[in-house]
Design a protein around this ligand. Structure first.
Ligand SMILES: Cc1cc2nc3c(=O)[nH]c(=O)nc-3n(C[C@H](O)[C@H](O)[C@H](O)COP(=O)(O)OP(=O)(O)OC[C@H]3O[C@@H](n4cnc5c(N)ncnc54)[C@H](O)[C@@H]3O)c2cc1C
Length: 383
């Protein structure tokens, strides 16, 4: 059986982000690393949007960025000046190519395309079993869904979305303004909004997003996108250059950080998808930075969950609880938050970077009763 210092199970956002960080750290970059994925990672299967204050690790592949966004709902529109934050977009394929090409210069890194069927461990080693082989390492970083909790209609909402990159014949977009959420669309299938991120005057990513318990049939996403492009964006003549579809769990279920000794879950599997929004990219970056710092210092990777993490986790769970119990609609809640608070404060809150005083001021803009009931229920929950 081949033995490594680290095995990274899953070469998606989290696996490759961790690999990149390890290889940038002089004290770790010579470790033997095996990275396994069942796929080739050569398709542009997703687009990541996120916000940050400074240049991040992947600045050189940022495809587009915005300092102004807009929020729209029925009878309410607001331009959002992001202040010190910048909203950024990275294309999946650029990210995969960037990290994989960077890693190629390290002979101590091995990429394998195999399907992982089990991960086990004993006191010293963790073992990854694929359909054909066994591999062992001191530590396995897992982003496959092998240890994920069961997602049910009772414990989760699904964030499901379909996006098109469209190219219009005529210049139509103001590429300095990204449309973060447009709730003026039908809400019959749950909290539903469109977003529009223009990358030039003739090109934009238009995405139809819903928070609900079940996905829709394929035609419903397509017809909603067509209707919005025609009626709201007023574009008749366009081509579709890229399509993406995704389902992200917005869940009250507990994602484990350490499913087994010497095994650490990362990415969505480690609970780094923010339950109330589905944003994950930036939380993955923070997590892998912390992991690399601990590896460098020889610290225990299985640290306790901080008070700050527990605090945000409770906020997220409370919002999911309110939405699941249908006490308030997503449209009402988001409009209220954007009406009453400064964009910078909201983005700090959504990025888990706000102070408790700022959190209180955001909470004050929400209706007390449903949030109090859901908040108390989640405090008592054993999950
Ligand atoms: C279409 C789409 C758009 C998104 N947009 C955003 C966004 O704008 N902003 C944001 O913050 N988040 C976004 N997300 C959410 C989140 O950032 C992504 O899902 C992100 O890719 C999660 O990273 P991950 O490493 O946990 O999972 P993935 O990137 O999915 O990586 C997991 C990897 O594990 C591999 N794998 C799984 N099972 C096995 C197995 N048994 N054996 C071998 N390999 C296996 C998969 O092939 C995959 O490569 C989006 C998600 C999707 C699907």
């Amino acid at each position: 059986m081949m033995k490594y210092d680290f095995i990274i199970a899953g070469a998606g956002c989290a696996g490759l982000s961790l690999l990149y960080k390890i290889l940038q750290e002089p004290t770790l970059q010579e470790k033997s690393i095996l990275i396994i994925d069942k796929d080739t990672k050569n398709s542009n299967d997703r687009t990541w949007c996120f916000w940050e204050k400074n240049a991040g690790s992947f600045e050189s592949i940022v495809h587009a960025k915005w300092n102004t966004l807009e929020f729209l709902s029925t009878g309410f529109e607001k331009k959002l000046d992001l202040g010190t934050y910048t909203y950024k977009m990275i294309q999946g394929i650029d990210f995969y190519n960037f990290v994989i090409n960077f890693a190629k210069q390290f002979t101590n890194v091995t990429f394998l395309q195999e399907n992982i069927v089990a991960i086990t461990s004993d006191a010293i080693l963790a073992t990854v079993k694929t359909e054909d082989n066994l591999y062992a390492a001191k530590t396995v970083f897992n982003s496959t869904n092998l240890f994920n909790p069961e997602i049910t209609e009772e414990n989760s909402l699904l964030q499901h979305f379909k996006g098109w990159v469209i190219k219009s014949k005529k210049p139509i977009f103001d590429f300095e303004i990204g449309r973060l959420m447009d709730f003026r669309v039908s809400q019959e299938n749950g909290a539903t909004f469109m977003y529009v991120f223009p990358t030039s005057t003739t090109e934009a990513l238009v995405e139809y997003t819903l928070f609900s318990s079940t996905v829709l049939n394929k035609e419903t996403y397509d017809s909603a996108l067509k209707k919005y492009i025609k009626e709201e964006l007023k574009i008749d003549d366009y081509t579709i250059s890229h399509e993406e579809f995704g389902i992200i769990p917005m869940s009250l279920a507990k994602f484990q950080k350490n499913p087994k000794k010497n095994v650490l879950n990362i990415g969505t599997s480690g609970g780094y998808t923010k339950a109330s929004s589905g944003y994950t990219f930036q939380f993955i970056q923070k997590d892998v930075s912390e992991i690399v710092e601990k590896l460098k210092l020889g610290k225990n990777l299985n640290s306790d969950i901080s008070f700050k993490d527990k605090r945000y986790n409770w906020y997220d769970r409370t919002l999911i609880d309110v939405l699941l119990s249908k006490k308030r609609t997503g449209k009402e809640i988001f409009a209220q938050i954007f009406k009453d608070n400064s964009p910078e404060k909201i983005f700090a809150f959504l990025g888990n970077e706000s102070t408790i005083i700022e959190d209180v001021s955001i909470m004050k803009s929400l209706p007390i009763k449903p949030f109090l009931i859901s908040g108390l229920r989640q405090l008592r929950s054993k999950n």
